[in-house]
Design a protein around this ligand. Structure first.
Ligand SMILES: Cc1ncc(COP(=O)(O)O)c(C=O)c1O
Length: 442
């Protein structure tokens, strides 16, 4: 019997609550595959929301989980410390070549963003020479999570429109769009024209931070943009004493071919947030990395300077042990796997572009991301563009799990995906998209 979200006990998220929606009941997973209750094997082409970068149930991650559970399951991190948190923090800071001094744990990307916003605001409060600031500069196509603070620094869109009354002050600017530059520029002759409004604004008033997803706006369309934007933001942030916050919840842990996107861009933010890949798709975990000059303003005997933020399961030892195994794998094999995957995706993308011709736009690859737009009028709420759902359903016939973002179709497979599965994904894409081609006219 097909399950629908109205009949389950569980409220299935980001799913229309209607009996006509059908749910896939998943019973097991291995590598890039998940198996449903009828025994069908599906390819998880978006790595279960970008988390399981080494495939499902990687033996090293599972072994870390098992061995940690034999000694310490959990202890509150307030007033205590434990080896799994310390080991992981040191490994993470090493990944950044000690660009950061402290790792603040939480259990999802939204919370890690909340932490970065609160740290930024309190940094100004604590700082002996700077005035308090609490307003953020944000971008239209950004997505930073669904909790209220994270939603507030995301672009205003269909997801958060109902809650606009709750918005604390932000200034929103159009997201840089290097794929279709409104000024008709290429990165070589770009003068970051798209940032001139932001430049004027940031020089007129004091802001607590600029929040941005570096190099790729993920959930709002997999929009790639040039590092020049980040260089200019860094320059403006430094000039105005504004904190620069990079949200690498998606791009961190190798997704773009370097450990972090900030390293690929060569632009260091003051606060760095990452999650998803750090979990290996096994247990919830997220991290906010803090620069030394920010942390130092919290070092004090005065309790009013302390940062009052924690979640019950913060720094859970089992999640940290799995995270440590995920970081070790990244260094051992992960990064080279992403680079190989990127080369293969580019070859598939070229062939795909040739076959699909003008029906697809902006075919693009960066690291482990392949994306394109189906040539279809842009909807007012692009996420709801019906073509996305039609393409997703069509791919289901081939047992490929996708979640298009409106007319933007993308895959973010695990770094370890096999050639056979990649071939299957692209051939399923080509066959199912041909259903949507307009008949040729003379
Ligand atoms: C860039 C970015 N930031 C924040 C989040 C929120 O993370 P979470 O869903 O773990 O709260 C996401 C989730 O997709 C994301 O892509």
């Amino acid at each position: 019997m097909k399950l629908n979200p109205v009949h389950t006990h569980t409220w299935v998220p980001l799913t229309i609550q209607d009996e006509s929606e059908s749910l896939l009941k998943v019973v097991s997973a291995e590598k890039e595959f998940v198996t449903d209750d009828e025994g069908n094997v599906w390819i998880d082409a978006i790595s279960s929301w970008w988390t399981m970068i080494y495939g499902h149930r990687h033996p090293k991650l599972l072994s870390a989980l098992k061995s940690q559970s034999e000694s310490l399951d959990h202890v509150l991190l307030a007033g205590n410390i434990h080896e799994p948190a310390e080991k992981l923090s040191k490994a993470i800071l090493e990944l950044t070549n000690f660009d950061y001094t402290k790792v603040f744990y939480s259990d999802n990307g939204s919370n890690a963003i909340e932490i970065s916003l609160k740290l930024a605001i309190q940094f100004y409060e604590n700082h002996p020479d700077l005035k308090p600031r609490s307003e953020f500069l944000v971008f239209s196509n950004s997505y930073h999570g669904d909790s209220i603070g994270a939603m507030n620094v995301s672009g205003k869109n269909y997801f958060n429109r109902i809650f606009s009354e709750l918005r604390f002050p932000t200034q929103e600017f159009p997201a840089p769009n290097c794929m279709n530059c409104p000024w008709g520029k290429k990165p070589t002759d770009c003068q970051t024209e798209c940032l001139s409004d932001l430049e004027r604004t940031i020089k007129q008033k004091e802001y607590a931070g600029i929040v941005i997803e570096p190099l790729v706006f993920g959930a709002n369309g997999m929009l790639f943009y040039d590092k020049k934007v980040l260089e200019k933001l860094r320059e403006l942030a430094t000039y105005t004493n504004t904190l620069l916050i990079f949200d690498e919840v998606f791009t961190g842990m190798g997704k773009l071919g370097e450990v972090f996107a900030y390293q690929k861009a060569g632009v260091k933010p003051d606060l760095l947030v990452f999650a998803k890949g750090l979990t290996g798709g096994v247990l919830p975990l997220a991290a906010t990395l803090v620069s030394k000059f920010i942390y130092e303003t919290f070092v004090s005997k005065d309790p009013y300077k302390a940062f009052f933020h924690a979640h019950t399961m913060t720094g859970n030892p089992i999640a940290c042990s799995v995270g440590y195994a995920a970081v070790s794998l990244l260094q051992e094999t992960g990064l080279s796997q992403v680079k190989t995957l990127e080369t293969k995706l580019k070859q598939y993308a070229d062939a795909f572009q040739k076959k699909m011709g003008k029906s697809v736009e902006n075919v693009r690859v960066m690291g482990a991301i392949f994306a394109f737009e189906w040539k279809e009028p842009v909807a007012s709420d692009e996420y709801l563009n019906p073509i996305g759902k039609q393409i997703k359903n069509s791919l289901r016939k081939f047992h490929i799990l996708l979640r298009p973002l409106g007319r933007t179709i993308y895959i973010t497979p695990p770094y370890t995906i096999s050639d056979a599965s990649l071939t299957k994904i692209f051939s399923a894409l080509e066959t199912s998209l041909s259903e949507f081609l307009e008949p040729e006219t003379d």
